[in-house]
Ligand binder design. Structure first.
Ligand code: B1M
Length: 214
């Protein structure tokens, strides 16, 4: 089966909100030699973006969006498991605490970022979603983290990234910060004083490596 056919099946599984098929396509694509990044970026992510556009234009509603997200979560679990079994350095490059900011429940992208970080030798603590600024900071202190990673998918919740960084600066805390999520940009990161902006999971690894001199 050609790669393109897997990509189309992956897009369709998300459009159909069909978790079982999404998991099956991911499993077959990996067995056929596609990488987790290939099948995610060219297939499943395209599908969830298409659903997002349909939601935007009022052609699908929140229940459909939630079901598509569930199918996406199934595919992500399969590809993330493959990433993790392939990677893993002997000694951790650094400690990262990561979460989706307060008021925001989008966590599909964060799950992908976490899998990439772990596969590339980072010790990662997932704080989950809807994480308060105070929790990012107290967990980073408790675990002596090197980096705080914050994901935000809503223009309204991006402000939470700013809030965390403001407190860190006020308290003179040493943690590096990386911000990501669809509405975040390098400009936003500069504006709020984040140490780095990451466009996607791969970029997240690169930016954290650079911050820690790895
Ligand atoms: Co929502 N949603 N959603 N949603 N949703 C968006 C984000 C939206 C753009 C859809 C739209 O209108 N077109 C829109 C936001 C508009 C805006 O703010 N400008 C939106 C809205 C409005 C909402 C609700 C308000 C809808 C409502 O209730 N009326 C609501 C908000 C709930 C809340 O959070 N309080 C809501 C709810 C949901 C669901 C629960 C149904 C579901 C999320 C399920 C889940 O995550 N468990 C959902 C989904 C699935 C989406 C879309 C369709 C897809 C998001 C996604 O998973 N993308 C999204 C539309 C879109 O993005 N096109 C949309 C795939 C994922 C792999 O990409 O998350 O960008 P992404 O992650 C990437 C990079 O951004 C980066 O790497 C990842 C991997 O490459 N990255 C990082 C992300 N975090 C990073 C952190 C890093 C580094 C890189 O370091 C720390």
């Amino acid at each position: 089966m050609a790669n393109e056919e897997f990509y189309q099946e992956a897009v369709q599984a998300i459009l159909d909100s069909d978790r079982a098929t999404a998991e099956d396509v991911a499993t077959r694509a990996l067995a056929a030699g596609l990488t987790p990044a290939d099948i995610m970026q060219n297939g499943f992510v395209k599908g969830i973006q298409e659903i997002g556009e349909l939601f935007d234009s009022g052609e699908v509603f929140l229940p459909e969006l939630m079901m598509a997200a569930d199918a996406m979560a199934g595919a992500t679990e399969v590809t993330n498991a493959a990433l993790l079994s392939a990677g893993g350095a002997a000694e951790a490059k650094g400690k990262v605490v990561i979460g989706t900011v307060q008021g925001d429940v989008h966590d599909i992208g964060k799950a992908i970022v976490i899998a990439y970080l772990k596969a590339n030798g980072y010790e990662v603590t997932d704080l989950g979603r809807d994480v308060a600024a105070a929790t990012f900071i107290s967990k980073a202190k408790e675990l002596s983290a090197d980096i705080i990673g914050m994901s935000a998918l809503l223009t309204t919740t991006m402000e939470e990234q700013k809030k965390v960084i403001k407190v860190l600066k006020e308290e003179g805390l040493p943690f590096k910060t990386v911000v990501g999520g669809a509405p975040a940009t390098q400009r936003w990161a500069d504006q709020i004083g984040a140490d780095a902006y990451a466009e996607d999971a791969n970029d997240g690894v690169k930016k954290m490596d650079a911050l820690l001199g790895k």
